[in-house]
Ligand binder design. Structure first.
Ligand SMILES: NC(=O)c1ccc[n+]([C@@H]2O[C@H](COP(=O)([O-])OP(=O)(O)OC[C@H]3O[C@@H](n4cnc5c(N)ncnc54)[C@H](OP(=O)(O)O)[C@@H]3O)[C@@H](O)[C@H]2O)c1
Length: 254
């Protein structure tokens, strides 16, 4: 799974999403994160189809809204909109008490059929993951959760890394708010990088996959330039200390 992807929540379907995906593929992104909830799967599919990048080189994630009875029907609709035969990753968008286990069995069957190469969860805390493990369910490949220096979910991160679950960070820029934080700006100025690059690099150095969203070509390109520098231990520690959650945050948006 690529370490960097483009998130497309809140990109309008049509030109805005298509362009963002085109710019991202051109800038070297090989992961696109969408969801049926975002209502832009068809635009992601159109951009992928037009691209010169072969399908098998792009990691496409979409998500099941756990409000419909049949995951099979929902994935079939997503695949149709995306104009794809399979997705690389299918996530349960958020946990729903009591019914999540049923969805998970459905996702296991979709994976067995090759319609989803991998299956995972989103917005699951450690308790949810532990309950899944106790029930004997297959370990999810990925847990996608909100993660940034301000929501440094250490215990969940450690649990995922220990159990071989890829930890995927959504809203890694805190929906744009974190780029103006004085500590982040100070680190960025010192190492001559953008605040967004610092935030993405911080998450990557904690072994997270990051999926920043932008509608702007310049930002899509600059957000991808995070593999030619490293944050030193002091900078990492300074950013770690921005945590406002005592390691236990939980929140959900898109
Ligand atoms: N599983 C879930 O429940 C869930 C929830 C939320 C998000 N997600 C996924 O995670 C992705 C990313 O999260 P997000 O969209 O919430 O927030 P984000 O990536 O943390 O931040 C996006 C915001 O930051 C701005 N931005 C991007 N690059 C910037 C830069 N270099 N400098 C300054 N501002 C910049 C964007 O504005 P412009 O567009 O104007 O550049 C946008 O307003 C989503 O798109 C979605 O795929 C998943």
């Amino acid at each position: 799974m690529p370490v960097l992807g483009l998130g497309v929540w809140q990109l309008a379907s049509g030109r805005e999403t298509e362009q963002a995906v085109e710019w991202a593929l051109d800038a070297g992104y090989r992961l696109i994160d969408t969801a049926s909830l975002y209502r832009n799967e068809a635009s992601v599919g159109a951009a992928l189809k037009r691209s010169d990048v072969p399908r098998e080189q792009v990691f496409v994630t979409t998500k099941l809204m756990p409000t419909h009875p049949s995951a099979a029907r929902e994935l079939a609709k997503s695949l149709k909109r995306l104009e794809l035969d399979y997705v690389d990753l299918y996530l349960i968008h958020w946990p729903v008490p009591l019914v999540s286990a049923r969805y998970w069995r459905q996702l296991e069957s979709l994976r067995a059929q090759g319609l989803a190469r991998a299956i995972g969860v989103s917005n699951y805390g450690r308790d949810h993951l532990q309950a899944m493990a106790r029930s004997g369910a297959a370990t999810p490949a990925v847990d996608q959760v909100q993660f940034s220096p301000f929501r440094f979910r250490r215990r969940l991160l450690d649990y995922c890394l220990e159990h071989g679950i890829v930890f995927e960070a959504y809203s890694p820029l805190e929906r744009g708010r974190a780029v103006s934080d004085p500590t982040v700006v100070q680190v960025a100025e010192r190492i001559e990088r953008s605040p967004a690059q610092v935030l993405l690099r911080w998450a990557i150095q904690h072994q997270a996959v990051v999926i920043p969203k932008s509608s702007r070509e310049d930002r899509i390109r600059s957000n991808a330039r995070v593999f030619d520098f490293e944050l030193g231990d002091d900078d990492m520690r300074q950013l770690d200390r921005l945590d406002r959650t005592n390691g236990t945050a939980s929140a959900r948006g898109g």
